[in-house]
Ligand binder design. Structure first.
Ligand code: FHN
Length: 448
């Protein structure tokens, strides 16, 4: 009986210690502050798959829109896929130029594919010889240049790391096309490798801001493993921000192990994800890794409006660039980054540090972000008569158009709301932003 009581006391103590160590909401908000304010990040998907670029040497075309999936999609024996390493020599790779453009575009953090599902390490690792430094004639560290430039231009580092690994002999389940692995896989042994690589990333490239996990959907990736990995990263990286793909997916958006934010992909939730932090990750065309045959580039106006849409719903926007095998940034990606730079130079205040707008319904004319008593009206469709009535019982203290110092916005209270009289001006094709300072927190007039 005494032993039973001891166990109960020990269990209670463990619960009490756990509760005492559990992060408070205020502590979590403090940890997430930079991420909440950043709103905009750069995703770089780069690896051996950029060499075939969607079309294998025998002419077969990757049917999956994601060119980085070519090995799996075409069931290429890994021994043949591995031969790509001998052709890796990106003579035109200029990581500092890419990061400078990203910083000018307003991106505040970098998510780089340090290890994609193909198991090829795009950084200098002692945990494997299967890496860009040890297995290619180029023999350089792809991540080092990006990490140094990110530090120089003020982008936080959040490496992408795939739990799923098509090459490692211990990843379970083993990829059917992995003809190089022998024996039986042992996921616990694989996790020793995985944690060793995460430790290298923090030790050699850090301090990191967190980890962007991916490849969390195999049946063997249990909630317990997710929680263990989540806890490991938080011990390894002080203040780490971790996405929800650290644990197994539940409904494709909110993993069972929530991590710190949800990761809707190639879509923006219609009403955001109330009560959750979230980040929409988006391609500029339809593939993450470069494909020579993917010409479906999104218009820069569309992409800028996606950033605005995410911020107006309280979310972040992670926009992908897929460099070519030579290390070049595709022309349409360069154009988009330049367009973002021009728009953010004028309108960054309407994005950084903002929260979702106050209106329950998305306005027909554009989107709204909020920062305290200030509303930012991102106008896509300028009213022809120059009149805009907002369903607010507030009065306004001031109003201006960002980047238009000479333009005047008049405002007056009306029974139906707060009326703005807008000038006729040259409009920004993406969004012309009105900064409206209210007399307090937005007070909505309920729709009839
Ligand atoms: O399978 C990957 C895919 O290749 C790409 O990396 C995306 C980016 O979020 N994540 C996985 C698909 O959800």
């Amino acid at each position: 009986m005494r032993v039973g009581r001891t166990w109960i006391i020990a269990a209670l103590l463990a619960v009490m210690v756990g509760a005492a160590l559990a992060e408070t909401p205020a502590e979590k908000d403090a940890r997430m502050k930079w991420w909440d304010e950043a709103r905009f990040g750069l995703f770089v998907t780069w690896g051996l798959y950029a060499i075939p670029a969607g079309i294998w040497e025998d002419g077969r075309v990757c049917r999956n829109e994601y060119g980085e999936w070519i090995a799996s999609d075409l069931a290429i024996p890994y021994s043949q896929y591995a031969r790509l390493a001998s052709r890796w020599s990106p003579a035109k790779w200029d990581p500092e130029s890419l990061i400078r453009m990203a910083a000018e575009a307003g991106m505040k953090y970098l998510v780089f594919t340090t290890k994609f599902h193909d198991g090829f390490s795009m950084f200098d690792t002692k945990a494997s010889d299967w890496s860009v430094v040890k297995s290619t004639p180029w023999a350089k560290d792809s991540f080092r240049g990006l990490a140094d430039a990110a530090r120089k231009y003020g982008l936080k580092l959040m490496p992408y790391y795939s739990i799923l690994d098509w090459r490692h002999p211990d990843y379970d389940p083993r990829a059917p096309f992995n003809d190089l692995a022998a024996g039986h896989p042992d996921l616990d042994r694989y996790l020793v490798f995985l944690k060793a690589q995460l430790t290298e990333l923090q030790t050699n490239y850090g301090p990191l801001a967190g980890i962007w996990f991916d490849g969390n959907w195999s049946k063997t990736w249990t909630e317990a493993r997710g929680r263990d990995l989540d806890a490991f990263v938080r011990r390894l990286i002080p203040g780490a921000v971790v996405n929800n793909r650290v644990g197994p997916p539940k409904d494709g958006v909110n993993g069972i192990v929530q991590g710190d934010f949800s990761t809707p992909e190639e879509k923006i939730p219609a009403n955001g994800l109330p009560g959750l932090r979230w980040e929409s990750c988006m391609t500029m065309n339809e593939t993450w890794g470069y494909r020579k045959d993917d010409l479906k580039w999104k218009n820069p106006v569309t992409l800028i409006r996606m950033l605005i849409d995410c911020a107006s719903k309280g979310g972040n926007f992670l926009l992908n660039v897929g460099p070519t095998a030579e290390g070049e940034i595709p022309g349409p990606s360069l154009l988009a980054l330049r367009e973002f730079a021009a728009w953010m130079k004028v309108n960054a205040a309407a994005i950084y540090g903002t929260q979702a707008g106050p209106f329950p319904k998305t306005p027909s004319w554009g989107r709204v972000t909020r920062k305290g008593d200030a509303l930012y009206l991102h106008v896509f469709d300028w009213p022809a008569d120059g009149i805009m009535v907002l369903p607010l019982s507030n009065s306004a203290r001031a109003a201006r158009i960002l980047g238009r110092p000479g333009a005047q916005v008049k405002f007056e209270r009306e029974p139906t709301g707060l009326k703005l009289v807008l000038p006729k001006i040259d409009l920004d094709p993406s969004a012309t932003v009105i900064e409206l300072i209210l007399d307090g927190a937005p007070a909505l007039i309920p729709a009839k």
